[in-house]
Design a protein around this ligand. Structure first.
Ligand code: NAD
Length: 522
């Protein structure tokens, strides 16, 4: 309940319980460190995925409001970019502490709006918090280089902020993805306009409150709301220098093209179809638990969910045991302690997922475990899909080609490791992949030949910690993966290099004639 998670009386009082609200609650936007009610007449209704009851209305900010957010961020940039990195680091330390103090509150908001279990929501927050913690190392990461390039002459580099930057976030990690952006964008001296997913902005609103408490000055972090219209505003606004996007391919490819065409830096992490190759020599028990957790955790709504199993040789005989373990998972409201997975985000999403299961049936696959039609007694109106396993899948089937983004595992059979590698490499996505084997040489061959950007060896969801970077590949990242989130590449994305060459000579110039040939310093 709200009080259990310390939510009863906060400044913003964002609701975080399944209890029906007495009055309609409108999500505010956040500008100049103030929560403001939008003047809009257009709202997007947000329903609890476990009950489908209205939780809040999310405004489509008006153009005037969006312009005001940009004006606030532009004004703040002048003074914020002039602060020392050590000053910004002190604020980031406070922000980190506040996220930890508000961990349960953030997680409860995620469970309410997004549906994932409370334990999983805590992981969502922690993964983002770790990015903020790593961002505190910015004084080291922002150091430039220097070289004496010739007698009396040196060249050195600086990393300077870009200006106003923007972030457009997906629904599936309401805290983690905003936290891929807020810490790295601001510690580098930029000011930020963040658009959370219109389907679950609550965690971003709590984070906004914490940025204010941590001491971020007015206008450094601003939160705007809406759907396509807000996105188009961000893409076309000349004052916004860079856009960070995480979401699906349809929106992301459009955002990458339009943002880039308008001269902005764009980093865009997109959809996925993550495969696991399982070899007969693996630790079977570890594999079974790992795959069941990674396929069905968060109701399969993770970009790194292991949604596709490539069973090499006799491992296909393990399918009944896999189905037993999947069947044992409890599907329930995310605040229920027994819940292993919650609902999917919306009735439309449930319908799409069930449609893909039906298409597999029509195309000749076997529905080994069917999660359609399940309803937990306490939450009959939620968007439920229980764990589903589809076996005898082939590459031409719709359920293989499309990202399902639900608790559905599709299983294909091959005879050899080479066949598994070829099959995985043929897939157009390349976010994450895993191999399960006890053999070092087998894992090494796989690692060398596989085209996915993030490889797990007996690790089902190999999302890199923030001292590394999130390195998707192929269709899972726009722009060929040139710009990736967090880690050193994240710092590079949010900064512009400036290279200075200086000469300080103790002697007077000797020659009386100007040298017009290209200087080479050799
Ligand atoms: P989505 O693309 O529907 O929405 C993401 C954001 O884009 C939202 O803020 C939304 O308002 C906006 N948007 C949606 N459609 C738009 C359009 N046509 N034009 C302009 N803006 C639009 O994604 P989602 O459903 O919220 O998230 C799930 C997707 O995100 C999955 O495909 C998942 O794989 C992907 N994802 C990828 C990563 C990664 O790092 N690769 C991480 C998380 C999620």
């Amino acid at each position: 309940t709200a009080s259990a998670y310390g939510l009863a009386s906060t400044a913003t009082n964002f609701p975080t319980t399944h209890e029906k609200l007495q009055t309609a609650y409108d999500t505010p936007w956040f500008v100049n460190n103030e929560f403001v009610k939008s003047a809009t007449s257009q709202y997007i209704d947000l329903h609890d995925p476990a009950t489908n009851e209205l939780i809040t209305r999310v405004p489509q900010n008006t153009d005037e409001e969006l312009k005001a957010a940009v004006a606030a961020a532009e004004k703040a940039f002048k003074s914020w970019s002039a602060t020392s990195v050590l000053h910004r680091q002190q604020i980031m330390f406070k922000f980190v502490g506040l996220i930890r103090e508000n961990w349960d509150r953030l997680a409860a908001s995620i469970t309410l709006e997004q549906g994932k279990t409370f334990a999983d929501s805590k992981g969502d927050v922690l993964r983002g918090l770790q990015v903020a913690e790593a961002a505190c190392g910015a004084p080291e990461l922002l150091k430039g280089e220097v070289l004496e390039v010739a007698k009396d002459m040196e060249t050195r580099t600086y990393r300077e902020p870009l200006g106003v930057v923007a972030a457009i976030c997906p629904f599936n990690f309401p805290a983690m993805i905003p936290l891929w952006c807020i810490p790295v964008a601001t510690i580098t001296g930029n000011t930020l306009i963040l658009k959370p997913s219109e389907r679950d902005p609550g965690a971003a609103m709590i984070l906004a409150e914490l940025t204010k408490k941590a001491g971020f000055p007015e206008g450094v972090v601003n939160i705007v709301h809406g759907a396509h219209r807000t996105v188009n505003f961000i893409l076309d606004e000349p004052a916004i220098k860079a856009v960070s996007f995480v979401g699906g391919n349809k929106a992301g490819e459009y955002i990458f093209s339009r943002g880039s065409a308008n001269g902005k830096r764009v980093q865009a992490n997109l959809g996925a179809k993550n495969h696991a190759a399982v070899l007969p020599d693996c630790n079977k028990n570890q594999f079974l638990n790992a795959v069941v957790g990674a396929a069905f955790g968060a109701a399969g709504q993770r970009c790194m969910a292991l949604s596709t199993l490539v069973m090499v040789g006799e491992t296909k005989e393990w399918l009944p045991e896999l189905a037993e373990r999947a069947k044992a998972l409890q599907v329930n409201g995310g605040f229920e302690e027994s819940a292993d997975l919650g609902p999917v985000i919306s009735p439309q999403s449930k319908e799409r997922i069930e449609g893909l299961i039906a298409s597999a049936e029509e195309e000749g696959a076997t529905i080994l475990l069917d999660g359609r039609g399940f309803k937990p007694p306490k939450y009959p109106n939620g968007n439920w899909v229980a764990p589903t396993i589809i076996s005898n899948v082939t590459k031409d089937m719709k359920c293989y080609k499309e990202e399902i983004f639900g608790p559905v595992l599709v299983c294909l059979n091959v005879d050899t490791l080479d066949e598994a590698i070829d099959l995985i490499n043929e897939n157009e996505y390349g976010n994450g992949v895993a191999i399960f084997t006890r053999s070092g040489p087998t894992a090494e061959t796989f690692r060398r030949k596989i085209e996915a950007g993030q490889v797990g060896i007996n690790v089902p969801i190999p999302v890199p910690l923030p001292m590394f970077s999130f390195t998707g590949n192929k269709k899972s990242i726009a722009g060929g993966g040139a710009s990736t989130f967090y880690g050193k590449p994240g710092i590079n994305f949010y900064t512009q290099l400036k290279t200075v060459t200086a000469m300080w000579s103790a002697e007077d110039a000797i020659s009386k004639k100007a040298d017009v040939a290209m200087p080479t310093h050799s």
